[in-house]
Design a protein around this ligand. Structure first.
Ligand code: ATP
Length: 445
């Protein structure tokens, strides 16, 4: 029970910090909120944008063999029949006969009883029904007539948009196999038991990449992508002790997959999947080829044969990674007898890169600081703050996750130097004003 309390405390602190500082708000809050839907506030929107750019740069811009894509959320309904989602994209569901609440049968330990939130449905005295399958896809109607022939699905994953564009991307980019297609976009799942803040929601964003290869090279590329994705989390500054691989055993492996590993993170509520890396074989393209009669095979000069490409998939949740950054970065430290919160987010994705302070509101310091602020604003998201004692200003920025605070003081006006304070070491380094842009570029680039 004590461990559970600690977990709740940390998540509660993060949820409240997110609200207070403008990272994440409950959706439609003035109407009482909407279950499991969250809105990203000014700092959250900035962090999410930086995170997506960080992924996009690593996956596409820094490589010659991955192209980007931004496919529509609504797709031909037949896509979801072909992919197997209509028949199989379901979770087992049970109902509590007493309170009528509905839970995911394979996640009962994580679920909370609505009548006794301190207990899981397994611990309370209500009787659970037998498990039934529940399809997770949201449906809507396309066009002005609401009948069965107009049903469309709201995509539950971004990957299908990549498979159906394989030929278009290959032909327009003139890529040769092996090559990949990367996409970031919203996905929707009518999850039975969403929860744990932004960890499991019904609307979320995925960052997915599908890499098309010759079947004989699958193991090599699988290892390559595992290594790349692990290194990406290291570059993002996530604590490696809180990350681990989970290999899917024979009972977990999807019927079409040859191998699957999840990157897991140790959240306050336990080890959970953050990203999946899968060897999907030729399952996806074979299915789409069969359904559309379009030839999705590839002629490879190296092997002088035509074949259906195998696919190595890397599929990460954007919101889940953002939660990981917040959980991993949250730190409480006693400074001069006062408990202070630090959000140790990597400068590469931090929403505000630097804050500029005049030490005092006089002697030309605000004017000098304003000039520096105007200059830095051209390249970075920066913040100007003159209100209150400098110690309080530092504390506000530490809690907001800002990695650097730049202060204009008396000496600045004499020799054009300023102090740059590092959030994590709290060290202050004096630097030439002219060097600051380069310093920040190096740190946040
Ligand atoms: P889970 O077992 O947690 O339901 P999954 O195995 O169904 O996840 P995938 O279909 O492999 O997940 O999706 C890839 C990634 O998308 C996941 O690793 C996760 O980061 C993210 N994701 C999936 N479902 C959700 C959700 N409901 N809310 C937020 N992120 C999600």
């Amino acid at each position: 029970m004590a461990a559970k309390k600690k977990t709740d405390d940390l998540m509660d602190k993060i949820v409240s910090l997110c609200k207070r500082r403008g990272y994440v708000f409950p959706s439609s809050e003035i109407y009482g909120g909407l279950g499991s839907c969250w809105d990203y506030g000014p700092l959250g929107a900035e962090l999410k944008r930086n995170l997506k750019n960080f992924w996009w740069n690593a996956m596409t811009n820094r490589r010659d063999d991955v192209e980007g894509l931004d496919a529509a959320i609504l797709m031909h309904p037949q896509v979801w029949h072909t992919s197997g989602h209509v028949a199989e994209f379901s979770d087992p569901m049970v109902d509590c006969k007493k309170c009528k609440a509905r839970f995911r049968a394979d996640k009962l330990e994580e679920a909370r009883c609505p009548l006794k939130p301190s207990k899981s449905p397994l611990e309370c005295d209500g009787e659970l029904t037998e498990a039934r399958q529940f399809n997770l896809m949201f449906k809507t109607f396309m066009g002005p007539v609401e009948d069965n022939s107009n049903v469309v699905f709201i995509r539950p994953e971004t990957a299908q948009g990549i498979y159906v564009n394989f030929l278009n991307v290959k032909n327009s980019s003139r890529q040769k196999i092996p090559f990949g297609i990367a996409q970031i976009g919203k996905a929707f799942r009518n999850e039975i038991t969403p929860g744990n803040f932004i960890f499991r929601t019904r609307e979320f964003e995925q960052m997915e990449m599908q890499f098309f290869i010759h079947p004989s090279e699958d193991e090599k590329w699988f290892e390559h992508w595992r290594e790349q994705r692990w290194n990406w989390y290291m570059e993002l500054g996530i604590n490696p002790e809180k990350l681990r691989w989970h290999e899917h055993g024979p009972d977990e492996l999807a019927h079409y997959a040859k191998a699957a590993y999840d990157v897991e993170y140790e959240y306050p509520f336990g080890w959970q999947e953050l990203e999946g890396i899968h060897n999907r074989t030729d399952f996806d393209l074979s299915r789409h080829m069969e359904a559309t009669k379009k030839d999705l095979r590839y002629f490879d000069e190296r092997f002088t044969e035509k074949f259906i490409p195998y696919i190595i998939e890397t599929s990460a949740g954007c919101d889940r990674t953002l939660l990981t950054i917040l959980v991993d970065g949250y730190d409480e430290v006693e400074v001069k007898g006062e408990k202070r919160v630090f959000l140790r987010i990597s400068p590469k994705v931090a929403p505000i890169k630097a804050a500029i302070f005049p030490l005092v509101k006089k002697d030309g310091m605000p004017e000098y600081a304003q000039k520096v602020y105007a200059e830095l604003k051209k390249s970075f998201k920066v913040f100007y703050d003159v209100a209150g004692a400098v110690g309080r200003r530092y504390a506000r920025m530490d809690e907001a996750g800002c990695p650097y605070c730049i202060t204009v003081d008396g000496q600045t006006l004499e020799d054009d130097t300023m102090t740059v304070r590092d959030r994590d070491t709290m060290e202050q380094t004096r630097m030439k004003t002219a060097e600051i842009v380069n310093f920040l570029k190096e740190k946040v680039g």
